[in-house]
Design a protein around this ligand. Sequence first.
Ligand SMILES: Nc1ncnc2c1ncn2[C@@H]1O[C@H](COP(=O)(O)OP(=O)(O)O)[C@@H](O)[C@H]1O
Ligand SMILES: [Mg+2]
Length: 460
Amino acid sequence: MTHNPLLLLLLDSSGRSSELVKALQKKDLALAVVRSEAEARRWLDENQCQAILLAVSSLQPHGSFLSDLQDVVSSVAVIVAASDPSVKDAVVALQAGVIDYLEAPVSDSRLDAALDKAGVSRRVSSPDPVPVKAGKGCSAIIGNSSAMRQVFSLIKKVCDAETTVLVRGESGTGKELIAQALHYEGVRGAGPFVPVNCGAIPGELLESELFGHEKGAFTHAIRTRLGRFELANGGTVFLDEISEMSPMLQVKLLRVLQEKEFERIGGTKTISSDFRVIAATNRDLEQEVQAGRFREDLYYRLNVIPIEAPPLRERLQDIPLLVEHFVARFNRLRKKKIKGVADEVMVRFAHYAWPGNVRELENMLERMVILAGSDVLSVADLPERLLEAGTVPVERFEELPVQGFFLNEVLADFEKRLILQALEQTDWVKNRAAKLLNVNRTTLIEKMKRFKLASSSAEA
Ligand SMILES: Nc1ncnc2c1ncn2[C@@H]1O[C@H](COP(=O)(O)OP(=O)(O)O)[C@@H](O)[C@H]1O
Ligand SMILES: [Mg+2]
């Protein structure tokens, strides 16, 4: 069960409420956001709160809703923030028992006073601006490379939009962090962020996770369960590993995306929920579409705004910042006092291809911090694979990493791959391969020995 929000916020469509949402976010309130009277009514049917804040342009159109509130939830304090305030409005508010009538934009002290009056407890606001949801926005994503700066600027551009975003990138590149930043930096940031890993939950379970089920819908459904789409009302659903979703669920998802309405499994009542969808994939979805494993219509529906999470090997410049960040974090978590890494370690890092991306770097540093023999991490603390030669293909070095790199090893790797190509093109006939490369046959054989190159059929 999720705990009951203390404050229900009704945002009407006047579109000037993002300031207010941001101010409330900073107060660390339990907050639920709805965007229409109908939605508020439905929410109040099933949930409880201490206070309701109506952020509307004017109260006039909400008169009957206000008087209904007095009947339905008379114990709940109602605050109004009107962006188009009037004396007439203020009188309506007073008569309807509203405890505070604010004029938007609302100053922080006025907002605090109103919340106090309404008995809404919260974290005391500090004079410093509090970072978005304790560092879950862009500030949680470390990186200063041009690739990452592009990601940040895209996040800022689309965080307030309602459009679906598809975050693409290899595993460990920070797709979930990007999804969180989109949520917490945007107007929905005060609402829930609900992640679902479609690859980790078996098909039948995933359906009931997403849609919920009614009591008795199937053997183990002993009580009604709300689905993630319902729990994400006013917030964001993060569908991770979307390519793993079964064809049957893909159809259902498409319908939900189009209509924002669905039924719980075994239910007939239509449930509507206001959520934004952010999806992520580490697969090539176009290829999945081509292969008939992913619906084309769903692909277009999800891919409205694609954000690419760049692999770490394409932004090696970010490594020193990431290292500093993770060393500081693991010092804190593991009660260590590691000062940093030796220069040579940094050079090795810049030379490695990082198939597991930032996650691999993070895990490696955690282990190194724990096992370190001294207060500076040295080459001796590195795992084997970092000491092997030539792991970053040379064409990846569009610009020389600031930490430098191993010229000889990079060149050797380049050479090895060219020789391998020549051998493969000539069916491993050494004479022909040597001709292709314009080297002597003996030179080729020497190099093949050095690079441990042998065709699998030759070995057999
Ligand atoms: N740019 C980054 N800055 C800080 N930490 C990062 C960054 N990118 C990834 N991480 C960390 O790496 C791990 C993997 O990130 P995650 O978002 O789960 O990747 P993905 O979803 O792409 O597999 C997490 O622990 C995350 O905090
Ligand atoms: Mg992930």
